[in-house]
Design a protein around this ligand. Structure first.
Ligand code: MCN
Length: 793
């Protein structure tokens, strides 16, 4: 019987190893390597007048101290702009070590190499840097006032300005029967994975090769960057992402200065080096996201149908723009969600501030866009006295309107066209799940008992599986083991399990026979990386195609050996067999041996394979034309555009009348990422995303003072939700296949986080009866809002 693995809730095969502490993270490597610590600027904006390392070099165990002056060749150039855009008129990127100016507190100024981290840290304290402080620009207000400049040659602190328009939105708003204006903001937060960044670099002088382990979301791009900056051939550089303890976006940024400096110094010193970021470093020198301020003008008719939407927003991109302006572009284009908006204008300005850089964090600009659109929907409903769900439904794109072109240009530079989805069905399901229609009476009953309950809903779409390509390699060993490799990396998403499911299914082998490797340039050299919820779509389809090619070859080779018609053969449980005659069969491992004319057999089982080879075969026949030796294949999947997943969340909250604390009582999700490869994994992703979203909505923010000091740069002060604050999520799936890829799948990795701020704001607003326009919302802020509105509590 053929075993089908797609759609099965198979337990994650990577977990036993990880929960037993048998994972292998970058910091577990290289006992005996020299260790690195960085001197980082304590000031947000300053000139570096001089660096004196004399005293630090005297610390016993210090091997070297490097500053910008030591960097030579391409290492002395600024880091690249990874994703340029015509609207990014003033891109600015940092240097690996600051040459003469620092633009945020935490920017690396010098690098200390020592026998261990303790010694290196001691020496860091003794490096004397002479700074001349400059005024710091902090927050969007100061950045746009531009009284001071972050970069002297960037007028108005404006990195980028982009306008996209469909129809005449200002005209449509002005002519609409009803009009509203809103100001909505989201504060800065960050990915904060359990494991920070980490790099281990080892130069082999004899071999003239560099091996780097990095806790990265893109090993191939890190390899390309190291090769370019160190002026090596890519073939001389291997980059491996071993077990990675979460990334959530921050590790897609590359190359981090540290990812270049360690290999550079390792080659110089001819010693292995390692650096593992500590938590404080992660807060002050990796990346943040989310900080945006939006102004909305919306015009609509008496049914709540939007006629025109005009949005302007400011985006805080921090001190540099190495990752371009992807985040605000995603906000601008994904803001429309599942809705038809006949006239839309969006304009954003991306501003420099003297703070940590901004790169995508799970959701990447979508939580802000969703917050804006969904707050607008709620406000329209309130204005017209309509049900909030009805207003959404009246604006939905209908399934029969798919594919639907929003008329905008998406993050990948291609038209924003939704491929499939059934938004009305999704909402209906959600309303039933959460008990939307019965809630008003529940709310009133509880209110009578002194309890304040509120319900909220929120909808979104997500462009997933962004191109340009991803590949898969599948190889059957003579033992029958199946080795699968893909270039993208894994940070906890369960790729070892799902890609094994895909390969086992396409090839016809037991899942136990499949081993999956990700993020190792030695095994797969071309890849883009793990971000934009793309692994399932991109590597999933590539692995399926490679496995199918292997299966086709196995049938071809086995047909010769079994003297059967290939049409009569099937591959079941790792065996090629004649349909209906299971006794006429040959194991895939044996087929692997037969696929190579050089039929060396190193074990007894393999020697049996020779029984399929007649005497003439001992003359080692040439390869068939067009064939390659071995039972293996490589395939790429490269779609024209991305596929759009969608989802809707609903929450019931309770706000404490005295303490203003918010408790999430019920949380429901209906999600549509096409056919599920592994429902258990997708549900884990959604639950994890919701947890992060709850953090963003109620707790997490980056608190900068006027001097650009991050005041809460530790887990003592940066408040994250515990299991006690994260609701248990009830999840249902729709499975609307994508017509764009053979497996019909869409991504799921960011889905959980996107609408949480929007849905909780909606529910709190419903409980309290006054508008919630900014997130996160702490109890003291809610208390203040109550006071300012004269509300009780
Ligand atoms: N999946 C599935 N069926 C589908 C779609 C997805 O079974 N129809 C499975 C996938 O095979 C994969 C998981 O769900 O195992 C997430 O799939 P996908 O949407 O392809 O997302 P990626 O694997 O590309 O992961 C990236 C995404 C992003 S962008 C961030 S940020 C993120 C996230 O996933 N960071 C994470 N989830 C994370 N989960 C953990 N534990 N750690 C992170 O750093």
């Amino acid at each position: 019987m053929t075993t089908r693995f797609l759609g099965q809730p198979i337990p994650r095969r990577e977990d036993p190893r990880l929960v037993r502490g048998e994972g292998s993270f970058t910091d577990d490597l290289g006992r005996g390597a020299l260790e690195v610590a960085f001197v980082r600027s304590p000031y947000a904006h300053a000139r570096v007048l001089g660096i004196d390392a004399t005293d630090a070099l005297k610390v016993e165990g210090v091997v070297a101290i490097y500053t910008y002056r030591d960097l030579e060749g391409r290492m002395a150039e600024p880091l690249p702009v990874l994703i340029p855009h015509p609207a990014l008129t003033h891109p600015r990127t940092p240097y690996a070590l600051a040459p003469g100016l620092v633009s945020y507190s935490g920017e690396p100024v010098a690098m200390v190499v020592a026998t261990d981290r303790y010694v290196a840290e001691d020496a860091v304290d003794r490096v004397v840097v002479d700074y001349e402080m400059l005024p710091a620009v902090v927050g969007l207000e100061q950045a746009s006032a531009a009284e001071h400049l972050v970069h002297e040659d960037v007028p108005g602190n404006v990195a980028a300005h982009l306008v996209q328009e469909v129809g005449d939105a200002p005209g449509a708003v002005a002519g609409a029967p009803h009009r509203l204006e809103l100001e909505l903001s989201i504060e800065r937060s960050a990915s904060t994975p359990l494991e920070g960044r980490a790099v281990h670099a080892s130069w082999d002088q004899a071999d003239r090769t560099m091996r780097v382990h990095s806790s990265t979301q893109t090993s191939t791009s890190v390899r390309a960057a190291i090769a370019a900056k160190l002026e090596l051939a890519e073939a001389q550089v291997e980059v491996i992402a071993p077990d990675v303890g979460g990334g959530f976006g921050v590790k897609i940024m590359h190359p981090w200065p540290e990812e270049l400096l360690l290999p550079w110094a390792s080659r110089r010193l001819r010693r292995p080096l390692k650096w593992t970021e500590d938590r404080r470093e992660h807060f002050i020198s990796s990346a943040h996201e989310r900080g945006q301020l939006h102004r909305v003008r919306v015009g609509f008719d008496a049914t709540g149908r939007i006629l025109g939407l005009d949005v302007e927003f400011l985006h805080d991109n921090g001190a540099y723009t190495p990752y371009g302006i992807i985040v605000p572009i995603i906000t601008a284009t994904q803001l429309l969600g599942p809705y038809k908006v006949p006239a839309y204008r969006v304009a954003f300005t991306s501003l420099y501030t003297n703070t940590v850089i901004v790169t995508p964090y799970r959701g990447a600009g979508r939580p802000q866009g969703c917050f804006v659109m969904e707050r607008t929907m709620d406000r329209i409903a309130q204005w017209l006295g309509l049900d909030r769900a009805e207003v959404r439904a009246v604006n939905f794109i209908r399934p029969d309107e798919m594919p639907y072109d929003q008329g905008l240009i998406f993050q990948d530079g291609r038209p924003l066209v939704y491929d499939s989805g059934d938004y009305p069905a999704c909402l209906e399901r959600l309303l039933d799940m959460v008990g939307w229609r019965e809630f008003r009476s529940v709310q009133e009953e509880e209110r009578a008992k002194g309890r304040r309950l509120g319900i909220g809903v929120s909808c979104y779409v997500e462009g997933t599986g962004v191109g340009p390509y991803e590949g898969g390699h599948v190889r059957v060993e003579s033992s029958g083991r199946v080795l699968v490799a893909t270039g993208l990396t894994t940070q906890g998403q369960g790729h070892e399990t799902v890609l094994a499911q895909v390969a086992a299914d396409a090839l016809g082998v037991p899942i136990e026979a499949v081993e999956v490797t990700t993020g190792d340039t030695r095994r797969f050299g071309y890849s883009v990386g793990t971000f934009a919820s793309r692994a399932a779509v991109m590597s999933g389809n590539a692995v399926a195609a490679a496995a199918k090619a292997v299966r086709d070859k196995a049938i071809r080779v086995a047909a010769d050996a079994l003297e059967a018609d290939p049409e009569d053969l099937e591959v079941v449980d790792g065996t090629v067999r004649v349909r209906g005659v299971p006794s006429r069969s040959i194991a895939l491992g044996t087929v692997a041996i037969l696929s190579n004319p050089l039929r060396y057999a190193f074990d007894a089982e393999a020697q049996l394979a020779t029984q399929f080879a007649g005497p003439a075969d001992h003359a080692t026949p040439p390869l068939r034309e067009g064939d390659e030796p071995g039972l293996e294949a490589k395939a790429y999947y490269s779609p024209l555009r991305c596929t759009f997943a969608a989802g809707m969340h609903a929450a019931i909250v309770e706000t404490d009348p005295d303490t203003a604390e918010v408790r999430v009582l019920r949380y429901c999700v209906v999600h549509d990422c096409g056919p599920l490869i592994n429902p258990r994994i997708v549900e884990g992703q959604i639950q994890g995303g919701v947890a992060q979203g709850v953090g963003g909505a109620l707790y997490e923010r980056m608190v900068y003072d006027d001097a650009g000091q991050l005041l809460n740069a530790s887990f003592m002060d940066f408040l994250m939700p515990y299991a006690t604050e994260v609701p248990s999520v009830t999840i249902a799936h729709l499975e609307t296949p994508s017509p764009l890829n053979p497996l019909g799948i869409k991504g799921a990795g960011e889905a959980g986080v996107i609408p949480v701020s929007a849905v909780l704001a909606s529910a709190i607003e419903d409980a309290e009866g006054f508008p919630i326009d900014r997130m996160p919302l702490s109890p003291s802020e809610l208390h203040e809002l109550r006071r300012s509105r004269g509300a009780s509590g």
